[in-house]
Design a binder for this molecule. Sequence first.
Ligand SMILES: Cc1cc2nc3c(=O)[nH]c(=O)nc-3n(C[C@H](O)[C@H](O)[C@H](O)COP(=O)(O)OP(=O)(O)OC[C@H]3O[C@@H](n4cnc5c(N)ncnc54)[C@H](O)[C@@H]3O)c2cc1C
Length: 435
Amino acid sequence: MQETGSPLSNSKSLPERREAVTDQQVLIVGGGHVGLSFALLLAHHGIASTLLEKNRYPTISPTDDRTRSHYLDSRNTALSRRTVQIYQEIGLWDELQSHACRIDSVQISEQGSFGRAQLNKVEEKVESFGQVIENAWLGRKLLLAAQQSPLITLIDNASVNAVAQQVDGVMLSFSNDDAAENEQQLQASVLVACDGRDSTVRQLLNIGTTTYDYQQTAIVGVVETDRPHEHVAIERFSPAGPLAVLPLTDPEGDGNDKYQHGYRRSVVWVCPTGEETKYLEDDAQFLQTLQQAFGQRAGTFVAAGRRGAYPLSRVLADKQVEGRCVIMGNAAHTLHPVAGQGFNLCMRDAHVLAQMMSAQVLKGEDIGNAQLLKRYEKARQTDQKRVIRFCDAVVHGFTHPNPAIKLARNMALLAFDKLPNIKPLVATYAMGLKS
Ligand SMILES: Cc1cc2nc3c(=O)[nH]c(=O)nc-3n(C[C@H](O)[C@H](O)[C@H](O)COP(=O)(O)OP(=O)(O)OC[C@H]3O[C@@H](n4cnc5c(N)ncnc54)[C@H](O)[C@@H]3O)c2cc1C
């Protein structure tokens, strides 16, 4: 089923812009999913950007549709309804959705407890709660769109050496092994750092961070079950940590066709750091652990693909604006993946900043103006703080071993399932439709 514009969205895809509406330029450092998406959002508004990426990008042919080198070997991201709307707005969703699987309902429960809750799209009167997309496909389509946009200049294999703030712009020095002249400089009205959790730009600007190590590691992979997923996302809390099993597409359709041994699902399993090796190396033990944690909620786990491990920490930049520079994406806030909120929050930041810059261009004003950037930082605070608090509350609330707290959270899950007014509100926030 295709994700179409919802009544909550008045966003429409506009014709793609081929020419810049201003001479002002944006410099983006970091071409991960956030940096590329931000460049495409700017291009949609007719604002040109130059994007510097540390790694070398692969060569992608527009006609080559291969996505999976291994069908069981991919990371996946749960996109909220709002993120889907943003991609619709810039005309990318039609390309993305062939490898995205919608979420019709969300089940939340705890191993060894009676409390459970369920969000259902029919009850909440929504088309879906979001979509699970393969990271490889998302990255590939974003890169291809950026490569094809006349308003985006991509420089890969480039590392940033220095950032200098000027009265009317910002100057960046970088090294690029591909260029004859190794050390190069670029100037722009504004610089947006999307260079990830350990952001070099953030360090060059002397912006500190508040960091918290969860002492947990996420094991991520694709599994197969003997039952179709029926578009259900299952969030389960076990004594080892939170666990999510998400629906995935199969190569032919929407995930309800059998693949090799069963039906593909994406797994995020969080365990205490130090215990990851046994879950990474031994397929049989991993499948057995999942089975114990889940019972038959997802059916029988029959196959597991290669898994990756991600040590989890929360990293929050002490500020997100310094002069003509903005810190965005994981460089601004790296969160626990428990509720699948990190990338979705980044996309809302990117969307708001692109809109504010576009409005500034229409007024004929400076897009790197300090007041504008500070207004952006302030405008995003409520949404960011709410998501950060929510993720932390879920992680700490559900891993606390105290029996009284365990009872309280079971009661809370039961109450959540029964109280009529809470579910729509939580669903709205989870879908990223309220900020
Ligand atoms: C296990 C796990 C599961 C997750 N699941 C979800 C989910 O379901 N939903 C969700 O919303 N979020 C999810 N997230 C969060 C999401 O992955 C991140 O929010 C998102 O990837 C951040 O993207 P980014 O582009 O900001 O950073 P990154 O992906 O880290 O990209 C940074 C880019 O900058 C480049 N770079 C770094 N340094 C430099 C430099 N000096 N110069 C130039 N380039 C540089 C890097 O090469 C990279 O390309 C999950 C996270 C994890 C760990």
